[in-house]
Design a protein around this ligand. Structure first.
Ligand SMILES: [Zn+2]
Length: 209
């Protein structure tokens, strides 16, 4: 297995619509293994879409729990959302936008189908972080990025705290992967950075995608 390079915005492949998987061949199995290793290697990442590593195929790896237990590790091929709950605004990050966070409205609970790595079709109902993550990753498969989902660049597109500023104690622990937290307008950015950094629980990866 190898850790793959994650493409950053504005790489053109991130804008491509990915093609459905039609063959469960060795190449697909290797891509699954490499994407899994890449996801776990990126601190804070809880999901990765194939387009982020330059492959325009409808494949996602997801794990919103810990690298150690891999309790919720999923390989999702040709995923389709079949039911979604009402939307709520949450804060996200993305490995393809390492310097930014975004406030985005997503369904808090979704039901979706996807094939696993052996070609078996399964149905999942997930909520919370996992629901946010699957919507974020399916967006990637359609060439949709989190900057397309915000209502306002001024209020919903947030630069992460650069190192060396007053929030250093927080930003040193801020994961670079995808993020998920309820935004709070009343808190200064330094405190918001603290919220996205699971300092007290290093095994809890609150960040995907
Ligand atoms: Zn992303």
């Amino acid at each position: 297995m190898s850790v793959l390079k994650v493409l950053k915005f504005p790489h053109p492949i991130l804008r491509e619509k990915c093609e459905p998987v039609i063959s469960w061949d060795n190449r697909l199995q290797k891509l699954i293994d490499d994407m899994t290793e890449t996801m776990y290697a990126a601190y804070g990442s809880v999901g990765l879409a194939a387009s982020q590593v330059g492959e325009t195929t409808r494949l996602i790896v997801l794990d919103t729990t810990s690298k150690t237990t891999r309790e919720d590790y999923k390989v999702l091929i040709n995923p389709t959302i079949v039911e979604a709950s009402r939307n709520k605004t949450m804060r996200e990050g993305c490995l393809s936008f390492p310097e930014y966070l975004a406030n985005i409205k997503r369904a808090t609970k979704v039901t979706f189908t996807a094939f696993d790595r052996h070609g078996e079709l399964k149905t999942y109902t997930v909520q919370g972080l996992e629901a946010i993550a699957i919507q974020h990753e399916i967006d990637h498969l359609d060439g949709v990025l989190m900057i397309d989902r915000i209502s306002s660049l001024k209020t919903d597109w947030i630069r992460r705290q650069p190192k060396g500023e007053t929030a250093l104690e927080f930003t040193q622990n801020t994961p670079t992967g995808n993020t998920y937290v309820e935004p709070s307008e009343s808190q200064p950015l330094a405190m918001q950075s603290a919220l996205v950094a699971p300092i007290s629980d290093p095994n809890r990866r609150s960040l995907p995608l």
